[in-house]
Design a protein around this ligand. Structure first.
Ligand code: IMP
Length: 178
C-alpha cells in the first residue's frame, strides 16, 4: 500500500515501519547511555506519541518510568498556535530527570509552552525527544536534544500521527501529495 486516501487528501509512503523502528532503536541506545544510573521519567505527549513511546520503551534497558500528558494545539493541517492543557500530570516531577516524548515538533509552540509549565515544577533536568522535527517550520527556539527524523516542511501521517483524527494506525509514515 504505497498511497492512502484520508479525508480529502492522498498520501504516499515515505518511511517504512522497519526504518522507523531501526532509528528509534538507535535513539534508545543513546538514552540508555546518557541516563545510565539515573531513573528518568518519560513523559509522553498524547495522542500522537503512543507508537513512538511503545517502540522506544521496548528498547530501553535502564530503570525508567512512563507517564502521559495531553495537550492540543492543532486542527487539520494548519497549527492554530493555541495550546490547551487537557490532561495534567498527577505525580511530582520535582528532582526528576524528565524526558518529554513528542510525535513531531512543528512550530515548537507546544513544546515551548510545555517546557514553561513543567519548568515551574522543579525537575532536575528536562529534555525533549521527538520522533519528527520540521526545522523549517520552527517559530520559537526549542532545543530538541533527541530527534529521530528531521523532515522537510510537509504534512505527514502514520505511526501515531493523524490527519483530522485518521491515519494514526498506519504502521508506516506517509507524506501528503500536493
Ligand atoms: P507545534 O506546536 O506547532 O510544534 O505542533 C506540534 C503538534 O502539531 C504535534 O504534536 C502534532 O499533533 C501536530 N502536527 C504538526 N505537524 C504535523 C504533521 O505533519 N502531521 C500530523 N500532525 C502534525
Amino acid at each position: 500500500m504505497n498511497t492512502v486516501k484520508i479525508h480529502d487528501k492522498v498520501f504516499s509512503k515515505t518511511i517504512p515501519n522497519e526504518e522507523i523502528c531501526n532509528e528509534i532503536k538507535k535513539l534508545a541506545d543513546r538514552i540508555n547511555h546518557d541516563y545510565a544510573g539515573k531513573r528518568p521519567l518519560l513523559l509522553g505527549v498524547l495522542n500522537g506519541c503512543f507508537m513512538f513511546v511503545s517502540e522506544l520503551m521496548k528498547n530501553l534497558d535502564i530503570e525508567c518510568e512512563i507517564s502521559f500528558i495531553k495537550l492540543s494545539s492543532y486542527q487539520g493541517t494548519a497549527t492554530t498556535g493555541v495550546v490547551r492543557e487537557v490532561l495534567g500530570l498527577s505525580e511530582s516531577i520535582a528532582g526528576r530527570d524528565v524526558i518529554i516524548l513528542e510525535d513531531i515538533v512543528d512550530t515548537g509552540l507546544t513544546m515551548q509552552r510545555l517546557l514553561e509549565t513543567l519548568g515551574t515544577r522543579n525537575p532536575a533536568s528536562m529534555e525533549i525527544a521527538s520522533l519528527f522535527l520540521k526545522p523549517a517550520r520552527l517559530k520559537v527556539p526549542v532545543d530538541v536534544k533527541y530527534s529521530v527524523f528531521t523532515i522537510p516542511d510537509r504534512f505527514i501521517v502514520g505511526f501515531g500521527l493523524d490527519y483530522d483524527g485518521l491515519g494514526r494506525n498506519l504502521p508506516d509514515v506517509y507524506d501528503v501529495v500536493e
